[in-house]
Design a protein around this ligand. Structure first.
Ligand SMILES: NC(=O)c1ccc[n+]([C@@H]2O[C@H](COP(=O)([O-])OP(=O)(O)OC[C@H]3O[C@@H](n4cnc5c(N)ncnc54)[C@H](OP(=O)(O)O)[C@@H]3O)[C@@H](O)[C@H]2O)c1
Length: 250
């Protein structure tokens, strides 16, 4: 049976866990070849094995998107391994929360470097390869935090607000070349993301939020939305998808 993404060749950053991993699996099930990028190469190899075991096609490429040459290499190696490039899912991200006063500024740099600069480096490398007659996609994973700001989230808000603004400007820059740009903005998704926070006040606030929401989203919920976006006919450009768990108010 033909899949909705047959013959599409998609590079995905942050594919070693969470939303990126689920998106790679979902896209491969729909017939896409996927290039898996992240720092944890062992996780990528394991995922590639699962995809190939299900009859799909995948290439695992270690990348640190904060390193410009590494990000460029990931894009070019993806293009070479898959024989072309039809899409880039800019999904790699980190969320290290806490008040501005007294914050560890290394965490600010990490968020800016991954969530903003990593996305910019990958996008710039991909653009010339995405300019082709069949049309192509860039999907940038922002967040509800790119739309709603809250105390303790200021720098994460800054980065995700940046992704929203960048996506809209880029859409206007490259739409005439047949490159669609979509910003996906998830609410609370059950992944490893929250677990990188060590501040006990932040950890408690995250758990309280999870309790208030009730049933949070799964990575597969976001993956389905990304597949939906990329599998539309070329005339259809879904510019934004904001997805909250039903019980999430803010
Ligand atoms: N979970 C949520 O509630 C939620 C809500 C809204 C938006 N988001 C966004 O969704 C995206 C995916 O996050 P997730 O929830 O799936 O969390 P996750 O499971 O922690 O995944 C984050 C991914 O980013 C990768 N990554 C981090 N730093 C990297 C670097 N320097 N170079 C390359 N890859 C890097 C990680 O891989 P390695 O560590 O192996 O490099 C991992 O694969 C992020 O942009 C996040 O901001 C998540």
């Amino acid at each position: 049976m033909a899949g909705s993404l047959d013959r599409r060749r998609i590079a995905i950053t942050g594919a070693s866990s969470g939303i990126g991993e689920a998106t790679a699996l979902a896209m491969a099930r729909e017939g896409a070849a996927v290039a898996l990028g992240a720092r944890r190469a062992d996780r990528l190899e394991e995922l590639k094995g699962r995809i190939e075991g299900d009859g799909g096609s995948a290439v695992a490429l270690a990348v640190d998107v904060t390193d410009e040459p590494s990000a460029h290499h990931f894009i070019h190696a993806s293009h070479e391994a898959m024989g072309g490039l039809d899409g880039l899912i800019n999904n790699a991200g980190v969320m290290l929360l806490g008040p501005i006063e007294g914050a560890d500024t290394d965490q600010w740099r990490q968020m800016v470097n991954v969530n903003l600069l990593g996305l910019l480096y990958s996008t710039q490398a991909a653009l010339p390869l995405l300019r082709h007659a069949d049309g192509s996609d860039i999907v940038n994973v922002s967040s509800v935090a790119g739309r709603v700001a809250n105390p303790g989230s200021a720098v994460y808000n800054l980065t995700k607000w940046g992704v929203v603004g960048f996506s809209e400007a880029l859409r206007k820059e490259v739409g005439s070349a047949g490159i669609r740009v979509t910003c996906v903005e998830p609410g609370f998704v059950d992944t490893e993301l929250q677990g990188h926070n060590e501040n006990p006040v932040v950890k408690e606030a995250i758990e309280n939020m999870r309790d208030q929401i009730g049933e949070v989203l799964t990575a597969e919920d976001i993956a389905r939305a990304i597949v939906y976006v990329v599998s539309q006919p070329q005339r259809v450009s879904i510019n934004e998808v904001l997805i909250r768990p039903t019980g999430q108010a803010r």
